[in-house]
Design a protein around this ligand. Structure first.
Ligand code: HEM
Length: 358
């Protein structure tokens, strides 16, 4: 195990949390009419969403897998990855798609592929680890399609992006989180097929078979989450995510932008990120945090159902409260790890049930 990788991962995760949550608050306040910062909205939104996937989804998954004894990318590769994430985030925020953001994103994708390909060997086993192989491959194929469609201003580009985001969140981050929470794994190829179908259903191919796979993905996540060793609120969070996917698959919920954006924020800020980063008892694994994230996501989705209410202001205020919980947790975490220094070595942190489990 590489102790240097752990340090880089920790730095990337902390910096990305600060960046993603900070930009999220700025964007929400902007939509609520509270302020108008000097950068363009779509550039800042692009920086927010790319940093979330580059800096939280993959590093969070690597962090969680390293706690289960799997090797994260080595320190040199991770160092290169960190520089590429930083450069592309700054470039996205200032210029949107530009040579620097595209070059940085290419390095990021290269590291994802290098990490994901060896996972193919787990595809036939009952393992969460095998899901990442086909999912990252499909995402790598989707990227040139997005580039071509966007250059023609084709609205289909947005649908392919939705597929891509679904694949990475449900096929890379969610399996790593469930593995960290000791949820029993089905055969990886079954989860991979359901995940790929779910992305197609929410993206460019909403047909009967893909929607059935979307519903199947919901059932898999709900059952696995319930069987995990996480706190009861987090297990309920997984069930809500699963039920939402089943409802989308069955056509009981519209797969409109506010609804899918709300689902993404509920899953990411709720069970996925909390389980990836900190499975132990904490404010983040309690009922109040689940209620806050539920209210935040509800206010994002609400305009699809009820008009005329101050939903943007409500989601801005509750989103700020969500971020405050993370700040309190970060301060507690910093104090606790300072207290543990000298008691546990970085290599112990990679062992299951290690005293410095975070
Ligand atoms: C881990 C946490 C998060 C992830 C993974 C995430 C991810 C995303 C993604 C993928 C988008 C879509 C961008 C697009 O359509 O191009 C988005 C948009 C957005 N996010 Fe987040 N986000 C997170 C946290 C937050 C937080 C905490 C807030 C607010 C407090 C927030 C506020 C927003 C806003 C305002 C938008 C733009 C919505 C719109 O265009 O109508 N996000 N986020």
């Amino acid at each position: 195990m590489y102790p240097g990788s752990l340090r880089i991962l920790r730095a990337v995760l902390i910096a990305s949390l600060v960046g993603v949550l900070g930009m999220g608050v700025v964007l929400r306040g902007w939509l609520a009419g509270l302020w108008a910062p000097p950068l363009g909205f779509s550039e800042l939104r692009s920086a927010h969403s790319h940093l979330a996937f580059y800096g939280l989804v993959f590093p969070g998954a690597w962090w969680a897998w390293s706690r289960r004894g799997a090797q994260p990318p080595g320190p040199r590769l991770l160092g290169l990855y960190a520089i590429a994430v930083l450069a592309s985030t700054i470039a996205f925020a200032i210029h949107g798609y530009s040579p620097v953001s595209i070059a940085g994103s290419t390095v990021v994708l290269g590291v994802w592929i290098l990490w994901a390909f060896p996972r193919f060997r787990h595809l036939g086993a009952r393992s969460w680890e095998g899901v990442a192989g086909p999912v990252v491959l499909a995402s790598a194929i989707a990227i040139p399609a997005v580039a071509v469609l966007s250059s023609r201003d084709d609205p289909a580009a947005g649908a392919v992006v939705r597929a891509f985001l679904t694949w990475l969140l449900l096929g890379v981050a969610a399996p790593a989180a469930l593995a960290r929470a000791h949820a029993p794994a089905p055969a990886a190829w079954i989860v991979a097929t359901a995940t790929l179908g779910a992305g197609l259903a929410l993206g460019p191919l909403p047909t009967l078979p893909t929607r059935a796979l979307l519903a199947a993905e919901g059932v898999i996540l709900a059952l696995a989450g319930l069987a995990s060793t996480s706190s009861t609120p987090i297990r309920i969070g997984w069930t809500v995510v699963g039920a939402g996917l089943v409802a989308l698959g069955a056509g009981l919920l519209p797969s409109s932008y506010p609804v899918t954006l709300a689902g993404l924020h509920f899953a990411a800020l709720g069970p996925v990120l909390v389980t990836l980063l900190r499975p132990r008892d904490s404010l983040l694994s309690g009922w109040s945090y689940l209620a806050l994230v539920g209210t935040f996501s509800g206010a994002i989705a609400a305009p699809a159902f009820v008009g005329g209410v101050a939903w943007p202001r409500i989601s801005a205020l509750v989103g700020f409260a969500v971020v405050c919980v993370w700040i309190v947790e970060a301060v507690w975490y910093a104090r606790a790890t300072r207290g543990l220094r000298g008691v546990s070595s970085p290599s112990m942190c990679f062992q299951e049930n290690a005293p410095c489990e975070t």
